[in-house]
Design a protein around this ligand. Sequence first.
Ligand code: 4AD
Length: 437
Amino acid sequence: DTSLPKPVRVRLDVTDPAIIKLRTPESDEAGTRVRVLGRVHRARAQKDVVFLTLTDGYGYLQCVLTGDMVKTYDIMTLTLETSMSIHGEMRAIIGKAAGDKEAITTRVAPDADPQTLYDNRHLVLRGETSSSVMKVRAATLRAFRKAFEETRMLEVTPPAMVQTQVEGGSTLFGFDYYGENAYLTQSSQLYLETCLPSLGDVYCVCPSFRAEKSLTRRHLSEYTHIEAELDFITFTDLLDHLEDVICRVIDYTLAEPEIAGYIKQLNPDFKPPSRPFRRMKYDDAIQWLIEHEIPNEEGQPHQFGDDIAEAAERRMTDIINQPIFLTHFPANIKAFYMKKDPEDRRVTESVDVLMPGVGEIVGGSMRMDNWDELMAAYKHEGMDPKPYYWYTDQRKYGTSPHGGYGLGLERFLAWLCARYTVRDCSLYPRYTGRCTP
Ligand code: 4AD
């Protein structure tokens, strides 16, 4: 009706369909005509009434259709995900969603096999569960940035295309870079270390890439890596900082009522972990595994020097059922750059943070800060020091005791949102055999 005033476009602002609160301030005024644009999230038809829940990605709006409109062709054949504009009375549909065999509910039926669901990830993301996880993900990123900024850490953006490895050659993705060999970065750590002298403590939120051969529920080929590096610290400082950041991030995330609601839905039993986190040395973990008769990958009792495999690690974490700082791993199972413990040179000043249900979510350490020791480490690992000249230079020009860590965002979310696999915590997951959609 063109005689009516022009409507104000509004966005929905709440998750409770019973309350309609609008985002746009002008729309609060009585008599303002409003227009809501969204898609049909739920629809239920009774004799002369149709109940719709409309969503615009910000909230939900319950709409009740009555009268002659209920008998129109468009409403009688209404399908989920159909988009529409509502002016207080319904207007023409903008983009009708396919029905029958092609209906969204058929394409992404909850009992569909996982591969079909990952093929249709673009449609799965329209569901309440996946979109809630993505909203928690965004809130978690906000919270990390807030926690880091409050700790006076500076965000930097290291390159993704590199010519050095950080975490061993076996998981490198290589490619041709104008005729030279290059890789997709496994970790920005070495670059973060070069920032300390001029920028102070730094962090980054960047993708890391791992050519993982194994298909597990916690390995992706591309993941979001939150990494931090701190200067002039001790190993204890590093552990205290990590505990502080993790707890702040949880507090900030839960302080957003909308986000707290999603977490409650996804993970009803979630309780913020109590402090201090349990600190356990690798050597004591080996004893614990022996006592609890959890064998190593060969089916033998664990012994000092074993890499604690994913299954054993998760069993231990699930039984202990609280966050664990697992520290002091033997040098031979850890990366070349890790600093040795001055009190026991067999082990490194290293830490993995383990969370129930997921296992390792963080890997960190103090870094070797002595030039001679670093050169010996390259040699020991059979690495050519030449491409690392810029890293080695840090030990030449005012070296310092420093350390840092990397946290896998999808693993953190799998823990916070109680998801079975990290794949469901990534917008479009990449893992062995999947690079689509
Ligand atoms: O333990 P990682 O390999 O440590 C590093 O990369 C260090 N350079 C980080 C640092 O000190 N700046 O990886 C750190 C974390 C793991 O604890 C895990 O959460 C995550 O990154 N991660 C993965 N997440 C998903 N898929 C994979 N394939 C992952 N590999 C590591």
